[in-house]
Unconditional design. Structure first.
Length: 276
């Protein structure tokens, strides 16, 4: 029986969906990640809400439907998301995980801004929080600075956690940095590398061959470690996690008895560091 036009259309749509969900280096972006005036963010219980306005430079905050203030104007507030306390007094703006901005000027852009009663308490630039500024992912027009975190079952978790009752913000970046902030003051309480970065002797990003527990690096860039990437070429890399296959990957490695061994599974290192 010949395939129908309907069946061909379904197959085409499935192929397009697969392509659009695959994170290829340099792939063009379909949608600019920009909020329009009127975009609304609500507190966890919904009592407070923040409404974007002024051409993307300010938020009007309402509690129980009553306006209590508007935030001080800040450029590019339409490029991020807002976290609110239930009384509306604390507002935290966080730059979108994938944001639209030209390369070169993005590092000085605010990544996190803390407000209290509409007044800015403190802001942190992308450069301050990344520390290792090349550890981001570029598409044709967007930059990714917050990782897509998931476990082995593909259950996703947010790299940003707002603990309204404790007045704290927790954040992790693609550069493997973890932060805790005091939202009442904007103060950075802790700043550290994550477990994967700390425990690895070597971190390398590049094109990998192999699978089924054995890998080799075709080409790459060293992220961490006193080693040239060429020294890894041709070397057998043991993968006890069994989570890596041919393609572009970031590998966390330990050197054990002269051999290179993968120390973290693929789902903990999903960022494409194509800026290196």
């Amino acid at each position: 029986m010949k395939p129908s036009i309907q069946h061909a259309g379904v197959a085409l749509m499935a192929a397009l969906a697969l392509f659009c969900s695959t994170p290829l280096p340099g792939r063009a972006d379909a949608v600019a990640n920009i909020k329009a005036d009127g975009a609304v963010f609500k507190s966890a219980a919904g009592r407070a809400e923040a409404v974007l306005g002024g051409g993307g430079i300010s938020y009007t905050v309402k509690v129980d439907g009553r306006t209590i203030y508007a935030t001080m104007p800040e450029p590019r507030l339409n490029l991020g998301s807002v976290y609110l306390s239930e009384d509306g007094r604390l507002l935290v703006w966080v730059l979108a995980d994938h944001f639209l901005m030209g390369r070169g000027d993005h590092l000085k852009a605010p990544a996190v801004i803390f407000f209290k009663d509409g007044k800015r308490l403190k802001s942190y630039s992308l450069e301050e929080l990344l520390v290792r500024p090349k550890m981001v992912s570029y598409s044709a027009s967007h930059i990714q600075w917050l990782p897509s975190l998931h476990d082995e079952h593909w259950k996703f978790s947010s790299p940003v956690t707002f603990l309204a009752n404790e007045g704290k913000l927790l954040l992790e970046t693609t550069s493997m940095r973890k932060y805790v902030f005091d939202c009442t003051s904007g103060k950075m309480l802790t700043a550290e590398d994550n477990d994967v970065y700390r425990s690895a002797d070597i971190l390398v990003y590049g094109e990998v061959d192999g699978g089924d527990g054995k890998l080799s690096l075709k080409r790459g860039q060293i992220i961490k470690g006193d080693l040239l990437a060429d020294a890894l070429k041709g070397a057998v890399i043991m993968d006890p996690t069994g989570t890596f296959s041919s393609g572009y990957h970031t590998l966390a490695l330990k050197k054990v008895a002269g051999a290179y061994v993968v120390s973290a599974p693929e789902y903990k290192l999903s960022t494409i560091y194509n800026a290196l």
